[in-house]
Design a protein around this ligand. Structure first.
Ligand code: FES
Length: 139
């Protein structure tokens, strides 16, 4: 069954997909429509909750086995960009070792998104900072 992206976006985020497509790349839209890592791990080895200057919160949990990140999930009460960035950092670190995961930063996320508007940069920072704290707890 084909997903009606327009209806899903309106339902999940209360916004118009056509307008979002003018602002964001297809990669961003894909993560927005289908954030595969949204959720909380019950058996995480590390979980961190961080609130950004905008007042929104990001929660990241990580599961590790034999020094490798086997699963990462996020949760947020934040904006569209925070959902996208939470999903992207989770995707990027799965399968990485802890050292590789530490190298993910704001630039990595922005490049992966094929760019983001200036006003979303603090949302990228929130995801990046939460991830770093969660990884640090593992070391
Ligand atoms: S506006 Fe708060 S995380 Fe994006």
């Amino acid at each position: 069954m084909k997903i009606d992206e327009e209806k899903l976006t309106a339902f999940l985020y209360g916004t118009n997909l056509k307008e979002l497509k003018k602002i964001y790349s297809r990669v961003v839209i894909d993560h927005l429509i289908n954030p595969e890592h949204w959720g909380i791990l019950g058996d995480a080895n590390s979980s961190v909750k961080l609130t950004g200057p905008c007042g929104d919160t990001m929660y990241i949990s990580i599961k590790v086995r034999d020094e490798r990140i086997t699963r990462c999930t996020f949760d947020t009460d934040g904006c569209i960009a925070s959902v996208v960035c939470g999903d992207i950092v989770s995707e990027l670190i799965e399968g990485s070792d802890i050292k590789e995961a530490m190298e993910i930063n704001q630039d990595t996320i922005i490049k992966f998104c094929s760019g983001l508007p200036e006003e979303d940069k603090h949302c990228v920072l929130l995801a990046s900072d939460t991830l770093k704290k969660a990884i640090k707890k593992l070391t």
